[in-house]
Design a protein around this ligand. Structure first.
Ligand code: MG
Length: 202
């Protein structure tokens, strides 16, 4: 399986990092070795002094597809989840300055904790509230209505380049409020009022 992520999908987060608003989606991938499941702890890597949380809504692909029309994209997933796109911001800033790829900052071990997946029925994916709490305090609060590219458009775009396969996971971008995590932090993520994950930084 593969993990496909979109960057710069919320204007408020683009502004907080001083990035340019992209003309087309910013896409990167993480390997399966980035996954953390079942509330496993995140072990802070020693190659970064500034690992940031980015809470993001996920969808899990349920069948193979390529060049998917946006009008049919919703047929390719039944389940949604919540995850964190952990980002070594210090490394990413160095790479961005040099125009180099982001993998060392984005795709390291444990950089993709994911929740359980739940049926999308009963949720409005175009108007979904989600949030991240760090040590009991809400640090990121988002609503999918504020995405530049909604999930179905992300699926249409990426499937022109990469065949989507059953089990692939899409990270749909983070709203503002990213900040550093430290050893000992407890991270809890919610979709609406449903607790999706709860794990510790070790
Ligand atoms: Mg992200």
């Amino acid at each position: 399986m593969k993990i496909i992520c979109i960057g710069r999908n919320y204007v408020d987060h683009i502004e907080e990092l001083g990035n340019e608003r992209p003309e087309s989606p910013v896409i990167f991938m993480k390997p399966d070795t980035a996954l953390l499941k079942d509330n496993e702890p995140f072990y802070h890597p020693d190659h970064s002094e500034d690992v940031h949380h980015e809470v993001e809504v996920l969808v899990k692909i349920k069948k193979e597809g390529k060049s998917i029309d946006p009008a049919f994209a919703s047929n390719y997933y039944d389940e949604i989840g919540l995850g964190i796109d952990f980002t070594a911001r210090d490394t990413q800033s160095r790479l961005k300055t040099k125009g180099l790829p982001w993998e060392l900052a984005k795709a390291f071990n444990g950089s993709a904790p994911i929740s359980k997946f739940i049926d999308k029925k009963g949720f409005d994916l175009k108007n979904l509230n989600f949030r991240l709490e760090k040590n009991g305090e809400a640090v990121q609060q988002g609503n999918t209505s504020l995405m530049l590219w909604p999930i179905d458009e992300i699926i249409a775009f990426v499937s022109r380049y990469f065949t989507l396969k059953t089990g692939d996971i899409i990270f749909s971008g983070t709203p503002k409020g990213v900040s550093r995590v430290s050893i000992g932090d407890q991270l809890k993520g919610y979709i609406e009022d449903q607790l999706m994950f709860d794990f510790e930084v070790k």
